[in-house]
Design a binder for this molecule. Structure first.
Ligand SMILES: CC(C)(COP(=O)(O)OP(=O)(O)OC[C@H]1O[C@@H](n2cnc3c(N)ncnc32)[C@H](O)[C@@H]1OP(=O)(O)O)[C@@H](O)C(=O)NCCC(=O)NCCS
Length: 187
């Protein structure tokens, strides 16, 4: 694909793309979208297992629907950030998936942007992500190390990121992110 047509393609927007919370009818399709996007079953199974946990909130489990078809998915899952003398709640972003034939057209970015607005409206104050360091900074994510927030596993500094949804929410905070065991089992 020429550079020009790639540029044009990345500007495609999907006005009819609807980002909405999952419902029970979407469960099978969400697993399928994850399987297709990741080319393996781990993330689809992870979502199914997390759905059974107490902390899972369906308003934080969002699908991207285009013309009645589920083409993308993003999950925000509540996590605790724990240090020797404090703990606070945040959200972890992921898994996120877009079906292969519609990747790199902006659907993922719409999922992240609208997802972040939705979780902020629901009162959440920060988000953590382990992801592509060239992707998430465009939404305001910065290396979590600047707040001394750490992953409980080895992760490249620039790939483990945090975002304040409320100004200075993470100032003076620090700690290690506690993921439920389902995340560890899936990796
Ligand atoms: C990552 C993903 C959800 C992004 O959705 P999308 O609709 O393709 O994203 P957008 O079109 O909004 O943005 C494209 C950007 O995503 C980033 N990106 C997408 N796939 C990437 C990959 N495999 N490696 C690095 N960056 C990637 C790039 O920065 C790309 O920007 P560019 O096209 O200017 O290079 C989608 O590509 C996907 O499902 N990938 C497979 C699963 C995955 O890796 N999920 C993320 C980890 S939880």
């Amino acid at each position: 694909m020429s550079k020009k047509s790639k540029e044009n393609q990345s500007q495609v927007t999907f006005p009819r793309l609807k980002i909405r919370p999952e419902t029970e009818e979407d469960f099978t399709k969400i697993t399928e979208v994850n399987d297709l996007a990741f080319g393996q079953k781990n993330e689809g199974i992870l979502v199914e297992r997390l759905r059974e946990t107490e902390r899972f909130v369906s308003e934080l489990s969002l699908v991207a629907e285009l013309e009645g078809k589920i083409v993308g998915y993003i999950l925000f899952y509540p996590v605790t950030i724990l240090s020797a003398d404090s703990e606070f709640l945040s959200l972890s972003l992921g898994p996120m998936a877009v079906i292969p034939e519609l990747q790199r057209l902006g659907i993922g970015s719409q999922l992240v942007s609208e997802g972040l607005h939705a979780v902020k409206r629901l009162g959440h104050r920060s988000v953590i992500v382990l992801g592509h360091p060239e992707y998430y900074p465009r939404f305001g994510f910065k290396p979590a190390s600047r707040w001394n927030i750490k992953a409980p596993f080895d992760a490249p500094d620039e790939a483990f990121m945090a975002l304040e949804l409320v100004d200075n929410e993470l100032t003076g905070k620090s700690g290690a992110v506690e993921y439920p065991e389902e995340f560890t089992d899936a990796s």
